[in-house]
Design a binder for this molecule. Structure first.
Ligand code: AMP
Length: 407
C-alpha cells in the first residue's frame, strides 16, 4: 500500500512516499518559497532498484494548490515518477502541529476535525493554518485516498496534570486551555519505540529521557513508554536553548523589556522567537558554525555551548527525579543530537555518579545508530536517528487497520 506523508509549512510542502508496511521510501521532495517569485522544487527518487535520481525545478509556485498538483504530476511522471496513477496513493498522512487536548491520537480527517484544527490555530498561528491548507489541497488532488492527521502534540497528552498545569489563575486553563502541550511528539514517540527495542524492554516498561536537538529542541521524560513531561509548553518557546528561540527565561524579562526598555510586545515576540537562542548568544543559529568557532577559542561561541549544554544537563537531573524509577536509557537525536559529539559530551559531563557514563571513543559517531555509554554505565546512552516521516506513515497505516476504515 502507498502512503504519502505531507508536512505543509506557510511557504513550503515536504513530502515522502512510502510502501507500507515495509516502510520503503519511494521518493521524497520539498517545494520551497511557495508564493514568491522564485520557487524551488527538489524531488528525489529512491527506487528499491538502487537507481537514485534527483530532479530540481526552479520556477514560481503560485500557491499550495499549484504545488500539490505538481507533486501529484511528478509522482506519475514518465521520467521521475514512481506510480502509474495518483490513485495508487491510498492514505495521505498530514503532520499537524497543534491538536490541543482534543487529539490524543492519530485521527482520520473529517469536516469536524478540520474545524477543530482551525479552532486551535491561535495556539499555533504559524503552523495550523498552513497544515490545514495542505489537507484541503490534498483532499482535492488525492481524491481516492483517506486523509489522516498526525499531531505533534498527541504523544504528550499522557502528561499528568501536575506537570501540564501552570501555576496561574485556573480560569486560564479551564476557559482558555493555557497549559503545557509539548511538541516534537512524533519524534519522541519514534525514538521511544526504537529505544525500547534496542534495550530489550517491552514498550510499556521502558523508562527514557529523549533529547531531540534540532533547530527546535525539546526533551521528554518517558515512563513506562509514555511521555510524563516535556520541555516545550503552550508554545514552542520554553525549555532548551534552540537555534533562534530562547528556551526558558524569567517571564519578568518580558515586562522589563517592555516597561523599562520600551520594546513593543511584537518586538519582544520576535526577539524571543527569532533573535535568541544560539543566534542571540553567538550570532549564529547553526550549531556547526558555533562548535567550529568554539574549537578555535572563540569565547562567545564557547559561552553559547556552555549555556546550551548546561540547560540539557539541568533537565536530565529534573527528569531523573520525575520518572521516580531506574532509567533504561538517555537518547540523543535530531540534527545536533545525531551529529555533534561535543554537545553530547558536554551535556552529560560530570554525571557518572548518577550512572550516566559516556565512552569518549564510542561517542565519535555521526548520523548512525549507536550505544555511546561505557560498559560500567548503569544507564545506556544512545544516538538514534529520528524519522518523523516514517513514524507518520506507520501511524497512518496502523490506524487503517484499527478504526472505521472499511474498504
Ligand atoms: P534538524 O532541525 O533536526 O534538521 O537539525 C538542524 C540542525 O542540526 C542545524 O541547525 C545544525 O545546527 C545541526 N547540525 C547538523 N549537522 C551538524 C553537525 N555536524 N554538528 C553540529 N550540528 C549539526
Amino acid at each position: 500500500m502507498k502512503v504519502l506523508v505531507i508536512n505543509t509549512g506557510s511557504s513550503s510542502i515536504k513530502y515522502q512516499l512510502f510502501t507500507m508496511p515495509a516502510g520503503d521510501v519511494l521518493c521524497t521532495g520539498l517545494i520551497e518559497r511557495i508564493g514568491e517569485k522564485a520557487g524551488v522544487l527538489t524531488h528525489k527518487i529512491y527506487p528499491c532498484s538502487n537507481k537514485e535520481v534527483k530532479h530540481i525545478e526552479e520556477k514560481a509556485v503560485r500557491n499550495h494548490s499549484v504545488g500539490m498538483e505538481r507533486i501529484a504530476a511528478l509522482l506519475i511522471d514518465a521520467k521521475f515518477g514512481v506510480l502509474a496513477s495518483a490513485n495508487e496513493v491510498e492514505l495521505v498522512g498530514h503532520r499537524v502541529v497543534h491538536g490541543g487536548e482534543t487529539f490524543s491520537s492519530t485521527t482520520e480527517i473529517t469536516k469536524r476535525v478540520k474545524d477543530k484544527i482551525k479552532e486551535l490555530s491561535p495556539l499555533a498561528p504559524l503552523h495550523n493554518p498552513a497544515n490545514l491548507i495542505g489537507i484541503e489541497v490534498a483532499e482535492q488532488i488525492f481524491t481516492k485516498a483517506k486523509q489522516v492527521a498526525v499531531f505533534d502534540t498527541a504523544f504528550h497528552q499522557s502528561i499528568p496534570e501536575e506537570a501540564y498545569r501552570y501555576a496561574i489563575p485556573s480560569k486560564f486553563y479551564t476557559e482558555n486551555g493555557v497549559r503545557v502541550y509539548g511538541f516534537h511528539g512524533t519524534s519522541h514517540r519514534y525514538i521511544t519505540k526504537r529505544a525500547a527495542s534496542l534495550v530489550n524492554k517491552p514498550l510499556d516498561k521502558v523508562n527514557l529521557i529523549t533529547i531531540h536537538l534540532g533547530n527546535g529542541a525539546s526533551m521528554a521524560a518517558i515512563k513506562n513508554g509514555k511521555s510524563i513531561d516535556t520541555t516545550l509548553g503552550l508554545t514552542p518557546l520554553p525549555g532548551l536553548v534552540m537555534g533562534t528561540r530562547s528556551g526558558d527565561i524569567d517571564p519578568g524579562v518580558i515586562f522589563y523589556l517592555n516597561e523599562a526598555l520600551g520594546y513593543e510586545l511584537n518586538d519582544i515576540k520576535n526577539i524571543l522567537n527569532k533573535e535568541s537562542g544560539l543566534k542571540g548568544l553567538a550570532n549564529d543559529n547553526d550549531m556547526r558554525g558555533v562548535t567550529e568557532r568554539a574549537a578555535k577559542g572563540d569565547k562567545e561561541a564557547q559561552l553559547a555551548l556552555a549555556v546550551y549544554t548546561y540547560r540539557i544537563k539541568k533537565y536530565i537531573g529534573a527528569y531523573l527525579a520525575a520518572i521516580e524509577a531506574p532509567l533504561d536509557a538517555l537518547i540523543f537525536t535530531a540534527g545536533v543530537g545525531e551529529n555533534s559529539a561535543i554537545i553530547r559530551a558536554k551535556s552529560v559531563a560530570g554525571l557518572a555518579h548518577l550512572g550516566i557514563d559516556l565512552d569518549i571513543e564510542l561517542n565519535k559517531v555521526r548520523g548512525g545508530e549507536r550505544k555511546i555509554s561505557t560498559k560500567n554505565s548503569a544507564i545506556d546512552i544512545w544516538v538514534i536517528p529520528t524519522n518523523e516521516e516514517l513514524e507518520i506513515a506507520r501511524q497512518v497505516y496502523e490506524l487503517k487497520s484499527i478504526t472505521r476504515y472499511v474498504s
